[in-house]
Ligand binder design. Structure first.
Ligand SMILES: *Cc1c(COP(=O)(O)O)cnc(C)c1O
Length: 375
């Protein structure tokens, strides 16, 4: 097997999906969509499709990928601040479930294209709830300073516009406050905000058929072996207990990282061990082109030597071959004594890993395999 490569544990993925379905089943009229931008590996998609999840897309390319993978287009939510004309047309042609609209000009363009095709577009409005998520600044999306969504103060005006535009059908409200959220208080704050906004809708005599609370549930990057499956029971219980849904209202979730994050790892080979002053560098054949999260977000992934699993630990900086100082997976990592040719596993890399790979330095894209393909 040529390294580096991604390795997906489909058994763990199935167990994770079972937990999600169990948690969601405690809420009447709830629907779970997989936020496909986290990972589009075909084998992974197959398992998620067979588990019956809907999809959350953020591009026309993603719509094409999931339709080709056999997902039901009528269960696709399509979000994104900058939908291009062809992407809107692709969504209309596929009769997706719902556009998640982030601005007035976008709403007008969707209305225009829908008219040309003689279709009605179902629309949720993405509201920026100004709720802070305690996570990395680059993955907070729900503050008014972020580019996402419609300002709360403009909500009623945009709903009225939806009612005026002939090809638009207002379905409900959508929120997504950020990613890798481990503070359940953030989701509680979102619930309180949604309740407030629903009171406003009631006062205006407007019914939302759909409340979509997005995704964002985090995973345990520090102790993936101890917590291979996120605490979905607790996550769903917050929405069950704190959200005041109206009669018949559908509650939608869009989970990405928490579905696939722990199910994938990046396998990389040690090229050289270099002693340099006080440092020991382990130079591996994977770089930030294969897994960009440490370089982009300062993210931390557990790394283990899977060739030598002895207890004789040493301290290393694990770095890639790319000509950028940010190409570092982690510093001062305790690994079993490591030598050229050993394989290292970079854990919890199933989400925002393979899909974010690039070809910078003219590198080859990493391949993805499932555990049973390797045995
Ligand atoms: C990225 C994204 C998600 C999923 O986020 P996770 O943190 O991976 O769960 C859900 N909804 C929208 C609109 C997104 O952009």
């Amino acid at each position: 097997m040529t390294t580096p490569y991604y390795l997906y544990d489909t058994e763990l993925l199935k167990k994770t999906l079972d937990e999600i379905k169990k948690g969601a089943a405690t809420i009447e009229n709830s629907f779970v969509h997989y936020a496909v931008k986290a990972c589009t590996n075909p084998k992974v998609l197959e398992v998620i499709r067979d588990a019956g999840l809907g999809i959350d897309c953020v591009s026309g390319g993603e719509i094409e990928v999931v339709v080709n993978a056999g997902f039901d287009p009528s269960r696709i939510m399509f979000a994104g601040v900058g939908k291009a004309d062809w992407e809107i047309q692709t969504a209309l042609d596929n009769n997706i479930e719902c556009f998640v609209v982030e601005s007035i000009p976008e709403l007008e363009v969707i209305n225009e294209f829908a008219a040309k095709k003689g279709k009605i577009a179902d629309v949720c409005l993405r509201i920026n709830p100004n709720v802070g998520a305690h996570t990395h600044a680059n993955i907070v999306t729900g503050l008014s300073e972020n580019k996402f969504g419609i300002n709360m103060a403009d909500m009623m005006e945009v709903i009225r516009l939806c009612q005026e535009l002939p090809q638009i059908n207002f379905k409900g409200l959508h929120f997504h406050i950020g990613s890798q959220i481990l503070e359940m208080d953030d989701f509680e704050a979102l619930c309180r905000r949604v309740n407030e906004l629903q009171d406003k809708l009631d006062a205006a005599g407007i019914h939302a058929e759909i409340i979509d609370v997005g995704g964002g549930l985090g995973i345990d990057y520090e102790h993936p072996e101890k917590h291979p499956i996120p605490d979905f029971e607790n996550y769903f219980s917050i929405f069950r207990n704190k959200l005041k849904l109206r009669k018949g209202q559908e509650l939608h979730f869009e989970l990405g990282r928490s579905v696939v994050g722990q199910c994938g790892r990046l396998i990389t080979k040690v090229l050289y061990v270099k002693n340099s002053g006080p440092k020991q560098f382990v130079i591996v054949d994977a770089g930030f082109t294969d897994l960009i999260r440490p370089a982009l977000y300062g993210a931390h992934h557990r790394i283990v030597n899977i060739t030598n699993t002895d207890d004789d630990m040493e301290t290393y900086d694990v770095v890639g071959p790319i000509c950028e100082s940010s190409d570092v997976f982690d510093k001062d990592v305790r690994l079993s004594k490591t030598k050229r040719g050993d394989l290292l596993a970079i854990l919890s890399a199933g989400a925002y890993g393979e899909i974010m790979a690039s070809q910078y330095n003219c590198r080859r894209l990493p391949k993805g395999y499932t555990v049973d393909e390797i045995d």
